[in-house]
Design a protein around this ligand. Structure first.
Ligand SMILES: [Ca+2]
Ligand SMILES: [Ca+2]
Length: 209
């Protein structure tokens, strides 16, 4: 009788401990800060986030023609953006803490609850989502427009894998070998590309849709 009771208590304790074990094994990552289709960086893997703003500078006639063609082809207007701030982190958890703070501060200032920066595209230096990573944070989510990052500047000719964030309605990212969707392209990537083929280490602009 006593033995049976001990076994019952032991089983109850095991069951009680299980949800805790699962919670520790799989920490919750807010999907809006990382594409659900991409793996979470290993502990200690450094990365950066790049905040972009709408780019008001005029286009060259050649680039303007390309953007007009893109609008006609996709039936969606183009919103042009450019990097305005890059912040780097020693780890993924540092990045998540930063994004939480940024968005809660922006929301408090604006008196609204929706995020002010949308993490739409992540790129990696290595293939198969390895090596250092950087993340393009845009002023609007995917959906009704194509969001063009005109020039990747500090990360030109570097990406070897890429991913677009379906949590914000993105269906893919199109890479080009020169700024302003110029040169060769697009290299079409849906929400996750573990390798970039002939676009490897060559992309200098993209649009996300
Ligand atoms: Ca690379
Ligand atoms: Ca290039």
């Amino acid at each position: 009788m006593r033995r049976k009771m001990v076994v019952t208590i032991a089983v109850m304790l095991m069951l009680a401990a299980m949800p805790v074990g699962i919670a520790i094994a799989e920490p919750a990552v807010p999907a809006q800060y990382w594409p659900p289709s991409a793996p979470i960086p290993q502990p200690g893997q450094a990365g950066c986030t790049i905040f972009s703003e709408v780019d008001p500078t005029p286009l060259s006639p050649e680039a303007a023609a390309r953007y007009k063609e893109l609008e006609a082809k996709t039936g969606k207007p183009v919103v042009r953006t450019r990097p305005v701030k890059e912040v780097c982190f020693n780890s993924f958890s540092e990045y998540l803490d930063y994004m939480e703070r940024e968005n809660s501060e922006a929301s408090a200032q604006e008196g609204i609850t929706s995020p002010q920066s949308y993490s739409l595209v992540v790129m990696w230096d290595g293939a198969s989502y390895s090596g250092s990573w950087w993340n393009y944070t845009e002023p609007i989510p995917c959906g009704t427009v194509n969001i063009n990052e005109d020039n990747l500047y500090t990360h030109n000719n570097q990406a070897s894998s890429a991913s677009a964030n379906a949590s914000y309605g993105c269906t893919g990212v199109e890479l080009y070998s020169d700024p302003y969707l110029g040169g060769s392209g697009p290299w079409s990537c849906s929400t996750s590309c573990g390798s970039l083929g002939w676009m490897d280490n060559d992309s200098e602009s993209f649009y996300v849709h």
